[in-house]
Design a binder for this molecule. Sequence first.
Ligand code: ADP
Ligand code: MG
Length: 609
Amino acid sequence: METLQNEKGQISIHTENIFPIIKKFLYSDHEIFLRELVSNAVDATQKLRQLSSFGEFGGELGDLKVTVSLDEEAKTITVSDNGIGMTAEEIKKYINQIAFSGASDFLEKYKDKTDDKGQIIGHFGLGFYSAFMVASTVEIVSKSYRDGAEAVRWTCDGSTEFEISPAERSERGTDIILHIASDSEEFLNKGRLQSILDKYARFLPVPVEFDGKTVNNTSPIWTKAPSELTDEDYKNFYRELYPMSEEPLFWIHLNVDYPFNLTGILYFPRIKNELRFQREKIQLYSRQVFITDEVKDVVPDFLMMLHGVIDSPDIPLNVSRSFLQADANVKKINGYITRKVADKLNDLFNADRKAFEEKFDDIGLFIKYGILSDDKFWEKARNFVLLKNTEGEFATLDEYQEKVQANQTDKNDMVVLLYTSDRKQQDAYIESARRRGYDVLQMDNIIDAHFINALEQKLEKVHFVRVDADTLDKLIDKGLNNESVLSEDDQKKLKEVFDQVLDNKMLNVSVEAMPTDELPVTITMPEFMRRMKDMSALSGESSFYGNFPATYNVAVNANHPLTAKILTETDADTQKSLVKQVYDLALLSQNMLTGADLTAFVRRTVATL
Ligand code: ADP
Ligand code: MG
């Protein structure tokens, strides 16, 4: 056996093996080839513009543009530009060497001169080869801008061999001619190309022509300074992005260049109380090239419901999802967007409280979702998130606690915030709470169940109780006991009568001393149990509490005149129907009386009239 020596070496790559892999797996989506070739053509014109501004190109720039053309008969797609072109030497250098980017080379060479590093799209030196995802043969016909340059033709059939020869071309610029492979003929279709260009080239900075028309808006508003723009500009751009949508509520113009580059506009749409399926999504761009509308990871989850565009050259684009999540820039971008949104909401709140309140039904969902998912957001949002009561009055968290503290603090020093999740159904309970001088919050947004839990954890000494969770005295237990007109014996007897008549193990009957103007019987589901049930229903998963049969508390008001009547009734049948009647009334006020029980109730009632 040989002994192993220390050794260093170089890993070798065989181009014949790796080339097919690059072609096949570079991008999962084959239509990307057009984005890459058009981006290269845009770069070629931008470079020439820059050279001209540096004084390195003295000729006429002319109308710099990119043209895409389709020849269905010849089965070719051609991307042409009148940019810098390439000499034979440059083709050998930039095209024949995979992963050697002419764009990076250009930026490196002119890094002292160029003030706008944002203009050149290319970076990795791989994009050109995406042409082979759809083409069996690719031809380049190019003529450099340099004086006396000769036109050159490069051809490659997707193997690792290429051919270079002199060509005919009178004007400066480049044609990339794709001979579409038989398995990619779907791209030899005008409508298909049009839609790919609409998607990826919509806001490229140089005019792109297809089928005799320009497909892009070369200066979308996110590239401009906010001071140059009017409200109308923002609204018009929103319509341009989402022609079918209602006008947005407001927007945020994002603009940073340190520690990462990012521009964009985020719009707050009108969404009211629904997490509707989002057709309109935030679009992610890199230097005005559309990348994706799957912005998960880049945009905080709770802001996915926003609309608009984000443009950042610092987001890694050709890498996998898991990498994106771990990327430090992406994390920073996420944090930045969250901060900007919180600041904007705070500004709106401070600038015009009334207008903010009017919008709150629309933006409350974002704010609450943000509070649930992001502590940094909560730190800012705690000052402007609003609670709304049944009278339609808004208050901040501090204002509201201050308001109800005196009347709604229980014997344990907890401030009890009463709420309703359904005004119609819980009307009887709301009414009696309000008669007692309590305030009732309206918490009927789909996110409110979670929001309530979060607030209880974040705020000290605050507890939420749904207005129908208990009898009025116990909702906010101040430790004061009402006198009962019934003796303890009578109370016991009364409970027995109810237990017997109702005959239901899921009902938990108790006799309580309540004010005489309360209903004779009140049915409640304990707050804890109801929340567990609500949460498991929301999450859609079955759980112990979700499956647990509902138990209810049935509180009999010892001080109600009808109760005394039941107790003293000697005729068993009359007593039974009285019990049924007051119980059904309680069910009725809770919207729980249905079917045969309801019919029987109506008959019984009519008979007594
Ligand atoms: P990248 O764009 O990331 O640099 P590509 O593989 O897309 O990489 O392109 C490689 C290089 O080929 C470019 O950087 C550029 O130098 C050159 N190139 C490609 N297309 C053109 C074109 N239409 N005009 C001039 N040069 C081009
Ligand atoms: Mg490129």
